[in-house]
Write a protein that binds this ligand. Structure first.
Ligand code: BGC
Length: 707
């Protein structure tokens, strides 16, 4: 028996928001004294798409920013607008998308993602990287689901915190976004979100709160939408009361691009920096109008000084730092990081015939079919991408892995254009499949189909893909379906008809290699879904309750805390694939679930151990998921909530002990009447499982007293 000991040392580092570097404080105060009001206003707004103004007479640089989260985006031409500069020096590593990172369930990979992204940003001279994007994936068709992490606040938090800590080791500020409730792209610039205080605190805030309190994010981006009637960029409740008042935020609030709507309200309600992409920059709300508002006494100079102080505080941690990180771009280490993320993100959905991993000894020909086999995803659609130094497609990955031994026959299968079904492509694909030992179909979405600024119309597979799957499956009994996408799709029919299904993502520069290594068994898949796949869109909470996209530009989050699996579990609706689901090429048996005590007090930690045995012949990684539920609660509760998880490597035939720890305080619900967190006394159910629906063992504990 091997005992697994958590070694996430980086998560133990204390990153309290402190501002006690007296020397820097003195320098900041001194600079503020020397600045004229005009100069102060200069540093508070954009002077080009990704830069703010600086004051060269005082040695104050502008802040240089860039997107995130997929990598450091290419430089734009000096002439303005979004035209690329066409440099030869600004290619970068393409990192797996947010939901891919989340599917690893591996916080140490999120940290490595952060470090590598930070190194690239630093090498490219950026002070702020506009990442990570951590809005809860409330609706399955959300256009930015691929950029975001998860439907679950706990998984979201663990990954966000580690990504931010990693980024900021490189003298680069993370800019965690979009605060708050940018959960839909439809009407994102105008929609008003009404949500209960409890859902805010339990579902939508936790990852943002931890980003500030635990990861010390130096900046945050306000969202485009309104919350409770106020734009997020001028939202006193969000920016002053919660972010600064409750969470002690010391950094800067940066508006989303073009997401500022006023001068006085935004300035007084907590926005620090106005960004946007449309000149003229000197007429921005935070340019001349702000100067005029200060002169008119509508915004105090003290308020301006506070913003300037925050900007200088970020500058002293970034471009003015005395111990500046060097940064690095496109290194082999970064390729390794993106490979490791990609290889742990791929989810094995179905392997009923044990066709995977491919037994290449017995295979002479493979048909590789589908536009997604050759498509790159580093850029596309509306939304940030990177000019990838390279991106290995699935076809290239398979050719590199198998090309010498196996003949690979490619067929296009479909064209990635809507309403352009071409039967001749299906005929060609069927013939290719018939003449091959195995057919691997690459379908799904792409970065044009899943896009910022619009949500998908529905969950259906685009581009006539289902017809292609049906035809190829009928032609070759050894058909493997690989779906590439960043969000749930309707794969009901594929689940019913096909025996082998793999889920992959917009999986970064090394995505094709990682996928080939999973298909051939060099990597044993260990990804698990970071969100629920619904059977039907109208069973998912926002649609069931008719709250999307909202009436009269108001979206009322009627489902409250029942987001994602919390809804399906509590309402007893079977999902197509549940949150946390993913298979392996081996099998894991759970046994011996134990808690260190039976009864706990409010300040205790609950320590849970379980044995996990790999009963197969292949080493594999398993993520143990711990859910807790409170039966007979005084308030509505989800049937279960994820409270801890741990990913462990289990050698073939071996058994490991997995220890999980849960603070009793994390069992609290937010009491709206008392405006505080309440831990109820009484019995709680502990459930350990392979997914939210595959619970392997249960225990009951009691909390004494509560609060
Ligand atoms: C997006 C942000 C992004 C910004 C700059 C906005 O449209 O919402 O996430 O960082 O553009 O590209």
């Amino acid at each position: 028996m091997v005992t697994f000991i958590a070694m996430l040392t980086f998560t133990g580092v204390a990153f309290a928001q402190n501002n006690n570097d007296a020397a820097i404080e003195a320098k900041i105060s001194n600079l503020i004294k020397k600045m004229t009001l005009e100069e102060k206003v200069t540093v508070l707004h954009a002077n080009s798409i990704f830069k703010t103004g600086g004051i060269s007479r005082l040695g104050i640089p502008g802040l240089s920013m860039d997107d995130g989260p997929l990598g450091v985006r290419e430089e734009l031409s000096a002439g303005g607008g979004w035209t690329p500069a066409n440099l030869t020096t600004d290619s970068a590593t393409f990192f797996p998308n947010g939901s891919a990172l989340a599917a690893t369930w591996n916080p140490s990979l999120a940290y490595r993602y952060g470090v590598a992204l930070g190194e690239e940003a630093r090498a490219r001279g950026k002070d702020v990287i506009l990442a990570p994007a951590i809005n809860i994936t409330r609706i399955p068709i959300g256009g930015r689901t691929y950029e975001y992490l998860s439907e679950d606040p706990f998984l979201n938090t663990q990954l966000a915190v580690n990504a931010i800590k990693g980024i900021q080791t490189q003298n680069v500020a993370a800019c965690v976004k979009h605060f708050a409730l940018n959960n839909q792209e439809t009407n994102r610039g105008t929609v008003n979100v009404e949500v209960s205080e409890r859902a805010l605190r339990e579902i939508y805030f936790p990852a943002f709160k931890a980003s500030i309190e635990n990861a010390n994010s130096w900046s945050i981006m306000s969202a485009y939408n309104k919350v409770r009637g106020e734009y997020c960029s001028e939202n006193d409740y969000l920016l002053n009361k919660i972010l600064r008042g409750e969470w002690g935020f010391k950094g800067i609030v940066i508006s989303d691009w073009g997401g500022t709507h006023s001068t006085v309200a935004a300035a007084n309600n907590g926005l620090d920096v106005e960004m946007g992409s449309r000149p003229p920059y000197d007429s921005y709300y935070f340019a001349k109008p702000l100067l005029d508002s200060v002169k008119a006494g509508k915004v105090s100079e003290k308020t301006i000084d506070d913003k300037v102080r925050r900007i200088l505080w970020v500058l002293y941690k970034t471009s003015l730092s005395k111990s500046m990180a060097k940064g690095s771009l496109n290194t082999p280490a970064h390729s390794q990081t993106v490979y490791d993320i990609a290889s742990e993100s791929i989810v094995l959905l179905k392997n009923d015939k044990h066709l995977l991993p491919l037994n290449t000894a017995g295979i002479k020909t493979i048909a590789v079919i589908g536009d997604n086999a050759t498509r790159t995803n580093h850029s596309g659609g509306f939304g940030a991408g990177v000019k990838a130094k390279y991106e290995i497609t699935p076809l290239q990955g398979l050719q590199n892995a198998l090309g010498k031994k196996v003949q690979i026959n490619f067929a296009q299968g479909y064209r990635a254009k809507l309403n352009d079904d071409d039967p001749s492509l299906i005929t060609e694909a069927v013939n290719t499949a018939k003449n091959s030992d195995v057919a691997i179909l690459f379908i799904g979405g792409n970065r044009d189909y899943e896009s910022e600024s619009r949500d998908r119309k529905d969950l259906s597979l685009p581009f006539g893909e289902q017809a292609l799957v049906d035809a190829v499956t009928a032609a070759n009994a050894n058909t493997i379906v690989v779906v590439i996408g960043g969000a749930p799709y309707d794969i009901n029919k594929i689940k019913k008809d096909n025996h082998t299904i793999v889920w992959s993502w917009f999986n970064g520069s090394e995505g094709g290699h990682a996928l080939a290594d999973v298909l051939t068994g060099k990597i044993n898949p260990s990804g698990k879904l970071p969100f629920t796949f619904p059977v039907a869109l109208d069973e998912s909470p926002a649609f069931y309750l008719h709250t999307f996209p909202g009436d009269n530009l108001t979206a009322v989050y009627k489902e409250g805390i029942l987001v994602g699996y919390r809804w399906y579990d509590t309402k007893n609706i079977a999902p197509l694939y549940p949150f946390g689901y993913g298979l392996s090429y081996t099998n894991f048996n759970y046994s011996g679930l134990k808690t260190d005590k039976k009864t706990y007090n409010i300040n205790d930690n609950i320590t849970i151990t379980t044995m996990v045995k790999n009963t197969g012949k292949r080493a594999g990684k398993e993520t143990v998921e711990l859910y807790i539920g409170k039966p007979n609660s005084a308030v509505e509760r989800a049937e279960k909530e994820l409270k801890a998880f741990k990913k462990v490597m289990v050698p073939a035939g071996k058994e490991v002990m997995v220890t999980l720890s849960v603070p009793v305080k994390s069992l609290a619900y937010y009491d709206e009447g008392k405006s505080k967190w309440v831990v109820e006394a009484g019995k709680y159910n502990l459930m350990v499982g392979k997914s939210s629906r595959d619970i392997e063992a249960k225990e009951t504990i009691s909390i004494d007293g509560g609060n």
